[in-house]
Design a protein around this ligand. Structure first.
Ligand SMILES: [Zn+2]
Length: 230
């Protein structure tokens, strides 16, 4: 009900900032210029051995990895993610995807990507939310990088509780074995960009990569819109 009302509000009053609620000025889309300036950029994308790569490197084989913004409790990035997940604001997700795409392009390290693969939601969660925010990020990236989005191969077959509501120690157990594959041939020999909205412990991405492991000659790079600050 809450999500529905939020979505209705967005439809009826589309011209307010998704982060602070202020009325948007002409030329501003979804986020006001002040909040845009407050999005804490990591500047990781152009750099090998960045913090995201170090965070995931011990557990996942990947070519390149990056996160675009840092979220901390109460910061503008956290409000942005919240608006993407719980306010039914699909256009905001696509816009942030375009932002990701521009940064990935500018870095020059993600030029060899063949396909964009979002971290999937369980079908029931997707119905509750109305969309998969990571898939919409991919749609936005695709508008900039002109790559196809593959949503049919990597599947989430187990319903898991909201990660944000759990102690981090429980997260690994929660998502282990939650993903499986259909039509794995679609990805064989390709270089995919695995996309998610948030990186905290990396448990979700690790679990995805475990499922993807059986695909022959698959190269994985990873991009998340945000990473938990330290
Ligand atoms: Zn704002």
């Amino acid at each position: 009900m809450r999500a529905f009302l939020d979505s209705l509000t967005q439809t009826l009053f589309p011209c307010t900032c998704a982060c602070c609620g202020d009325v948007l000025m002409p030329g501003e889309k979804q986020i006001c210029i002040n909040c845009m300036a407050e999005l804490t950029a990591t500047l990781y994308s152009g750099h090998a051995h960045n913090r995201t790569e170090r965070l995931l490197g011990a557990r996942i084989h990947f070519l390149h990895a990056t996160s675009i913004f840092t979220f901390r409790h109460g910061n503008t990035v956290q409000r942005l993610i919240h608006a993407m997940k719980f306010h039914g604001n699909s256009e905001l997700c696509i816009q942030m995807g375009r932002q990701m795409g521009l940064e990935l392009l500018a870095s020059g390290r993600f030029d060899d990507i063949d396909l964009l693969v979002p971290v999937p939601l369980h079908w029931w969660r997707r119905i509750q939310r109305g969309y998969n925010q990571s898939e919409l990020l991919c749609r936005g990236i695709a508008q900039v990088m002109h790559r196809e989005v593959n949503t049919r191969t990597l599947r989430r077959h187990r319903y898991t509780r909201q990660q944000s509501l759990q102690a981090s120690a429980d997260r690994e157990k929660n998502v282990a074995g939650a993903f499986s594959l259909r039509h794995p041939d679609d990805l064989a020999g390709r270089h995919i960009l695995l996309v998610d909205d948030v990186l905290t412990t990396g448990a979700t991405l690790c679990s995805c990569c475990q499922a993807l492991e059986e695909i022959p000659n698959l190269t994985i790079s990873i991009a998340t819109l945000s990473v938990a600050g330290h």
